[in-house]
Every structure is written in structure tokens, then in C-alpha cells.
Ligand binder design. Structure first.
Ligand code: HEM
Length: 150
């Protein structure tokens, strides 16, 4: 079997290919984050927090994947996540409660936040991975932050 590509890619050996040959039993890993950060899909500002990008659909997308938002987050096709609607409602509920009850602002330690893959991505502080999931504590009064002690 071959998987046709929407655009040619150059392999490590320098060869241009338009399809990926798939052998029997071949294991394939598809990177969700690679698609969700693909400049050719989302544009040069792909790494910027810009929810408005979903309002200008016509400027984007030669391809469409996934079950919502043209994102690969919940995969796509017949084996896509069946809990995606639940998950999106849960995140929205969580966000509303957080925004209504806490104040958020960047702290000096924000520069040290890194993401760690543990089934899903979680925030860790550089050099403090042994402390588990956390976001920076406020450095001083008036410098708000939030931490998750679990
Ligand atoms: C932000 C939260 C979530 C994300 C990012 C997510 C993402 C995904 C992804 C990428 C897959 C495909 C995995 C693969 O093909 O290897 C998947 C499958 C699945 N998800 Fe989720 N999921 C989330 C929440 C949930 C929730 C809340 C439920 C259940 C209430 C759920 C139930 C499932 C099930 C049962 C499958 C397997 C579907 C199948 O193989 O037919 N997920 N999810």
C-alpha cells in the first residue's frame, strides 16, 4: 500500500517523494503536534496564541483533518476520539471557573516553563521536573501565578 501525500516531501537521502510506501506490519507514528503546528497549514504565526485564526478559515486550510477545529488533537476518521465533545465541554467549564475565581499574570519564572509529554502535555519548571506538574508561584505580592500541587 502507499499513502499519497498532499505535497511532496524530501527524504533524508534527498529524494523527493509523493507517497509513502507502507509495508505489512509497519508501525507508524503520526505526530499530532506536528500537524497542529504546521506552518503550511496554519501560516507563519502558527506558534502565536491567536484564537482569531479560526475566524479566518478561508485564508487557511488546503486540508481538513480531525473532528473539530481542523485540528489533529482528537485524531480523525473512524478511530477518532469518541470523548471529544465531553472533553471540550470539560475544558470550557474548567476555564470559566478558573477565570472567574483567579487572577492570572506572567511571573519571572514563566521563562522556565516547559512541556513534558505524559500521555498528554503537562507544564513543568525547568530543573524541577522531580516536583511534577506545576506552574510558577507568584514571586511577590501583586505578581500572581498559580500552582498545582499534584
Ligand atoms: C483533551 C482530552 C482528550 C484528547 C486530547 C483525546 C485525544 C484522543 C486521540 C488522539 C485519540 C485517538 C488515539 C489513537 O488513534 O491512537 C483518542 C481516542 C479515544 N478517546 Fe480521547 N481524548 C480526550 C478525551 C477523551 C474523553 C474525555 C474520553 C471519554 C469520555 C475519550 C475517549 C476516547 C476513546 C474511547 C478513544 C478510542 C476510540 C477508538 O479507538 O475507536 N477521550 N482520544
Amino acid at each position: 500500500m502507499v499513502i499519497p501525500l498532499s505535497r511532496p516531501i524530501t527524504t533524508k537521502s534527498g529524494k523527493q517523494i509523493n507517497e509513502v510506501p507502507v509495508g505489512k506490519g509497519m508501525r507508524m507514528l503520526l505526530s499530532i503536534v506536528a500537524y497542529n503546528r504546521d506552518k503550511t497549514v496554519w501560516g507563519e504565526d502558527v506558534r502565536e496564541f491567536n484564537p482569531s485564526r479560526w475566524l479566518r478559515q478561508s485564508e487557511k486550510m488546503e486540508t481538513s483533518v480531525g473532528v473539530t477545529g481542523d485540528l489533529a488533537t482528537f485524531a480523525g476518521g473512524p478511530r477518532a476520539c469518541i470523548g471529544w465533545r465531553f472533553a471540550v465541554h470539560e475544558i470550557q467549564t474548567f476555564l470559566i471557573e478558573m477565570v472567574a475565581n483567579f487572577e492570572f499574570a506572567p511571573t519571572a519564572a514563566c521563562d522556565r516553563i516547559r512541556k513534558e509529554a505524559c500521555s498528554f502535555m503537562s507544564p513543568n519548571i525547568e530543573g524541577e521536573i522531580d516536583k511534577g506538574v506545576q506552574l510558577p508561584e507568584p514571586a511577590s505580592q501583586g505578581d500572581f501565578g498559580i500552582s498545582f500541587p499534584y
